[in-house]
Design a protein around this ligand. Structure first.
Ligand SMILES: Cc1cc2nc3c(=O)[nH]c(=O)nc-3n(C[C@H](O)[C@H](O)[C@H](O)COP(=O)(O)O)c2cc1C
Length: 168
């Protein structure tokens, strides 16, 4: 099934998985967690979605070694901006011909443990202080601020419109 088209994703707390499932439904493509892709899809064309960890798309490189990534998507808690997607391209060395997207996901500190939880407690305080000092906030900035206060999600199928349009 070398010509198959699939969605592959990495998700730590479930928000990226929600986007992968929504995209799969919209495009009628199967979606699999990286590491759980059936062997029959070896070498398949894949849309890759990974959660962001310190500015990197978790799992991108691992996925790129196994599959032909036709579109890369990073999911984080930051408000979206075109610069963010281009920054991810540079960090992950994603080829110029491969579209890269950034989607605002969600954040839930109660789902984190150990060092990650400690790091993010500090990070959330920093982000909240920066946004609170800004005054008027966009809807996406307000979502990020809410995420820093405990748990919030900006996952929305409407955010997938541009990606869906590429494949329809
Ligand atoms: C340790 C850690 C580092 C993170 N780094 C970033 C980051 O660099 N940029 C960003 O926008 N979000 C960052 N986030 C937020 C997650 O990427 C975001 O909550 C994402 O939606 C989680 O997706 P998941 O539920 O699929 O794991 C970080 C979260 C954690 C726990």
């Amino acid at each position: 099934m070398i010509n198959s088209r699939i969605i592959v994703y990495s998700s730590n707390t479930g928000f990226t998985e929600q986007y992968a499932k929504l995209l799969g439904r919209a495009l009628d493509m199967p979606s699999y967690k990286l590491g759980n892709v059936p062997a029959c899809h070896k070498g398949a064309e894949a849309i890759y979605l990974g959660w962001l960890f310190a500015g990197k798309i978790v799992g991108y490189r691992k996925c790129a070694k196994k599959y032909n990534i036709s579109c890369a998507v990073g999911v984080g808690m930051s408000p979206p901006s075109p610069e963010l997607a281009e920054g991810l391209r540079a960090t992950e060395k994603i080829p110029a011909g491969t579209p890269v997207f950034y989607l605002q996901g969600g954040f839930d500190i109660t789902k984190l443990k150990g060092p990650m939880k400690l790091i993010m407690k500090v990070k959330c305080k920093e982000i909240a202080a920066r946004l609170n000092a800004k005054g008027e906030l966009t809807q996406a900035e307000r979502a990020t601020l809410e995420m820093t206060q405990g748990a919030a999600s900006a996952v929305d199928g409407a955010n997938l419109a541009e990606i869906i349009a590429l494949y329809k």
